[in-house]
Design a protein around this ligand. Structure first.
Ligand code: ZN
Length: 119
């Protein structure tokens, strides 16, 4: 006999992360505090969230890259979603945590091109 549909716990956490990130930016540490789970677990969920939002036409995952406090190096090319250990430019370990967010895409014509600004 079929059981009533129930979300497995990890799906529920992902939903809550998606809710928390809507139209804002948070680090995995902030998310962990809000959810009451270890930061490591947040970091494990994030790639799945990125993947599911890649198919979502209404929302998009935004990664604000980690930055070196000492020399200002920005970890733009970094694919991993965790905080880097050390700056490749100056070797400093004072690095800001990357922050995440989910923006809703209202209309295609309203999309801003934010990439040109800092180059
Ligand atoms: Zn640096």
């Amino acid at each position: 006999m079929p059981l009533p549909e129930q979300l497995p716990p990890e799906r529920t956490v992902r939903r809550r992360i998606i809710d928390l990130l809507a139209d804002t930016r948070m680090s995995s540490y902030q998310l962990a505090r809000r959810l009451g789970i270890p930061e490591r677990q947040v970091e494990e969920h994030l790639p799945h969230i990125v993947k599911s939002l890649a198919r979502d036409r209404m929302r998009r995952f935004v990664l604000e890259p980690a930055t070196c406090f000492d020399c200002g190096f920005v970890f733009r090319e970094r694919r991993k979603l965790t905080r880097p250990g050390r700056c490749p430019a100056c070797r400093s370990e004072g690095i800001s945590a990357p922050r995440y967010g989910i923006d809703s895409i209202k209309r295609r014509s309203e999309r801003l091109d934010s990439q040109a600004a800092s180059e």
